[in-house]
Design a protein around this ligand. Structure first.
Ligand code: S3P
Length: 446
């Protein structure tokens, strides 16, 4: 998102039943990885269903600036890669906009090339912690040209002599895991990332698909993921399944708008991503996975959701990595459940596109719901639905905007978000798809 774009407030109005069969755009995590890993492969990668949202387009521009090509031809995005270690110094800074994933995965790429790259981002991204990625990458040989600096803008210098490492993740982060594994492709020897809580495993799956040697081994309560360096990747075909984090808003809306019955086709149901759907079922939500199949090495289903009476639940901390992006919408619809919903272990929510813990609680309170943050725990007292009428501060965060544009479809009076433009970073079709199902939105003056 262009920092100069004027904010556009949007209100959600109470809707009649949401009904229909729809698809959501491609998964954001897999789309970033397809472009980046395609750029590191030799030959051509053909990607079907790439998410054409601002975050991913910024990654496409970055791989082009580094000397690969990435362009749309008909239904496919065609990436012509340069091989592991074959990228070049870009002519200018790489602007990652709002995207932590694009930035952090690309740091792993830069680490393995003898090139100097300046990385920039918008106001939200420039506040996010990069030390978690830079720490292990510096241990492998990456140089930070502004010593001591840990946030964008940053200038980094990689090396063709990267050292392999064994790295135990201090925070459950697929982005950090992926950056180290991608760097490990370039290193001389085996690089191992150790994780306690399983995080999304798309990088491992995709690297194997492109011919890298990647093993995952359970040891006690940890998993050791090892990539063999000096890797050779070969361009492949990829089909990107629908994004479960985007489908989450549709599913949540259908549960709280009385009489709704929707089906979201072709959604990724990789178990490292389905924590929200498990939680909704525990809340009594009528959510089912139909026509389960495999597409492009990932499990996919059509998700059917019917309006349901929800009850509050306790969401355990170990589930957080599998639904980390879905807490704002879960919290927003918890106001419509009977009783309390308690979500534990949410420290990572504080370092997303905004401090989502505070932003979510504030949005709920602004709309007459009872929510409380205590340390890393968020509780929402349900029972009375949501009064609405409030204005939600989105803090440049697409998921805060969409969460409250979901809750507003069932609140007594409209809910307004102060800016809906950021939705384009992950789900540009959010509004038209929701409207196809029967949602109602109206632009409001600032
Ligand atoms: C992502 C991982 C998650 C998630 C983000 C996408 C990825 O971040 O919040 O939207 O594609 O690897 P962390 O791994 O830092 O928790």
């Amino acid at each position: 998102m262009n920092a100069q774009s004027p904010a556009k407030p949007l209100s959600a109005l109470k809707a009649g039943p949401l009904v229909g069969r729809v698809r959501v755009p491609g998964d954001k995590s897999i789309s970033h990885r397809a472009l980046i890993i395609g750029a590191l492969a030799t030959g051509t990668t053909r990607i079907k269903g790439l998410l054409e949202a601002e975050d991913v387009i910024n990654t496409a521009r970055a791989v082009e600036a580094l000397g690969a090509s990435a362009e749309k031809q008909g239904d496919f995005w065609i990436v012509k890669g340069r091989g592991v270690g074959g990228l070049r110094t870009p002519d200018g800074p790489l602007d990652f906009g709002n995207s932590g994933t694009g930035t952090r995965l690309m740091m792993g790429v830069v680490a393995g090339h003898p090139i100097t790259v300046k990385m920039t981002g918008d106001a939200s991204l420039s506040r996010r912690p990069m030390r978690r990625v830079l720490g292990p990458l510096v241990g492998m040989g990456l140089e930070i040209m502004e010593p001591g600096k840990e946030m964008l803008p940053l200038t980094l210098r990689g090396t063709s002599e990267l050292m392999p490492i064994v790295y135990r993740l201090p925070v459950p982060s697929a982005q950090v895991k992926s950056a180290v594994l991608i760097a490990g492709l370039h290193a001389a020897g085996k690089t191992t990332v150790i994780e306690r809580e399983p995080t999304r495993d798309h990088t491992e799956r995709m690297l194997r698909h492109f011919g890298a040697i990647v093993t995952s081994e359970a040891k006690g309560d940890e998993t050791h993921i090892t990539v063999t360096g000096d890797a050779e990747l070969v361009g492949r075909d990829i089909t990107v399944p629908g994004d479960p984090s985007s489908a989450a808003f549709l599913a949540a809306a259908a549960l709280i708008v009385p009489g709704s019955d929707i089906t979201i086709e072709g959604v990724l149901i990789n178990p490292t991503r389905t924590g929200l759907y498990v939680t909704l079922q525990e809340m009594g939500g009528d959510v089912s996975f139909e026509n389960v199949r495999e597409e492009g090495g990932e499990p996919v289903a059509d998700i059917r959701v019917r309006a349901s009476r929800l009850k509050g639940v306790h969401v355990p901390p170990e589930r957080a990595p599998s639904m980390i992006d879905e807490y704002p919408v879960l919290a927003a619809i918890s106001a419509f459940a009977e009783g309390q919903t308690r979500m534990d272990g949410l420290a990572e929510l504080k370092v997303k596109e905004s401090d989502r813990l505070q932003a979510t609680a504030a949005g709920l309170v602004a709309n007459g719901a009872r929510a409380n943050v205590d340390g890393d725990t968020l509780t929402v007292e349900g029972g009375n639905g949501m009064k609405g009428g409030g204005i939600v501060a989105t803090h440049l965060d697409h998921r805060i905007a969409m969460a409250f544009l979901t809750a507003g479809l069932a609140s007594d009076t409209p809910i307004t978000v102060d800016d809906a433009t950021m939705i384009a970073t992950s789900f540009p079709e959010f509004r038209p798809i929701m409207e196809t199902l029967g949602a109602r939105y109206v632009e409001v003056a600032r």
